[in-house]
Design a protein around this ligand. Structure first.
Ligand code: NDP
Length: 321
């Protein structure tokens, strides 16, 4: 494993990290969740990502129990949560969003579920059109001053809103956003590479990027239909199936990528992940896995990224440019 700084902060995260979305509390049982976290930890992963909304809080409960059960040293790993969608099945207005009230209540609930005294990273999961940005910045700053959060950031915020948050923080001497959590993969690059481009130098912004495999599409596993044991086969994720498989042009690009990986003699999953890692503005690539074998295969990305063969990467870049 190698470690990268989260933007210009002093926090060093493993270049590959591990998230619980769609799997913990839903697709995989506790035993499997324990094996996945243990394997991640054994391979040097030090950042475990979660959110209040993942399986209505159950993902955090499972992760908290598993980490406690494995007795991972608290100073050796980082854990995150995200606030916005709410953990209740049908959240009332004060149980979701980025108001001062919900930000604080959600943090306290996540601390309990994850069985920790502070969150290392805390994200605003989406922008909230019903809350002034300044209110959220003050709420996050308060959590940091109370010792409940170490670094706060955003997820899928427009660059202008991140800038506004940073400006509020600067004006009032508050803790500003340290990181953003955007989607980033061979099929979705614009936000990380173009929209946020000025923010890396301007704010020292770090990124914890998600869905490096576009929910598995870049492994080629959906080419012959949806496997019964994959996330897209879950009825409650029918919306995701439409998103991932609904665009013929996108499917064709994914197919061309998988064919190129075969030509280059490498597995598509680690190749797609290594491609993300080659961007120096990526602090850590969040992996998802429903089985330990997937995680172990994906970790091969660390070897691939160091491949000095410029011609090899030029072929991959040519495919997605
Ligand atoms: P990926 O795009 O990498 O998808 C992971 C899924 O792909 C796995 O669960 C598995 O699904 C399949 N897969 C993974 N590796 C392999 C392999 N080697 N061979 C075959 N299939 C494989 O990442 P995620 O979408 O899971 O995102 C990663 C993390 O990012 C999440 O856990 C979460 O923490 C974060 N995230 C954040 C979001 C945000 O809004 N901030 C949104 C989404 C994710 P299966 O076995 O079911 O087919």
């Amino acid at each position: 494993m190698h470690y990268r700084r989260l933007g210009t902060s002093g926090l060093q995260l493993s270049a590959l990290s591990f998230g619980a979305w769609a799997t913990f509390g839903r697709q995989v049982g506790r035993g499997q969740a324990r094996e996945l976290v243990a394997a991640a930890w054994d391979h040097g992963i030090n950042f475990f990502d979660n959110a209040e909304g993942y399986a209505n809080g159950e993902a955090e409960r499972v992760m908290g129990d598993v980490i406690a059960d494995l007795r991972l040293p608290r100073d050796g790993y980082c854990v995150s949560s995200k606030v916005f969608f709410g953990a209740a099945a049908d959240p009332r207005p004060t149980q979701k969003g980025l108001s001062r009230k919900h930000v604080r209540d959600a943090c306290d609930a996540a601390l309990q579920r994850l069985r920790v005294e502070h969150l290392d990273l805390y994200f605003c999961h989406r922008p909230d059109p019903d809350t002034p940005v300044a209110e959220t910045v003050w709420a996050m700053d308060a959590l940091i001053r109370q010792g409940k959060v170490l670094y706060w950031g955003t997820s899928e915020w427009p660059a202008a809103a991140i800038r506004e948050a940073a400006q509020v923080a600067r004006t009032h001497h508050l803790h500003g956003p340290t990181m953003e959590q955007p989607e980033y993969n061979l099929l979705r690059r614009e936000r990380v590479e173009l929209e946020y481009a000025p923010l890396y130098a301007e704010l020292g912004l770090g990124t914890t990027t998600w869905s490096p495999l576009a929910s598995g599409l870049l492994t080629g596993k959906y080419a012959g239909g949806v496997p019964a044991d994959s996330r897209l086969a879950q009825p409650e994720l029918a919306w995701l199936q439409r998103e991932v498989l609904g665009d013929a042009a996108r499917m064709a690009r994914a197919g061309r990528f998988v064919a190129l990986a075969a030509e280059l003699g490498v597995a598509p999953a680690p190749l797609a992940i290594a491609w993300c890692l080659r961007n120096p503005h990526v602090s850590t690539v969040l992996l998802g896995a429903s089985r330990v074998e997937q995680l172990v295969e994906n970790l091969q990305a660390l070897d691939l990224v160091a491949r000095p063969d410029a011609g090899f990467w030029a072929r991959v870049d040519a495919l997605v440019d």
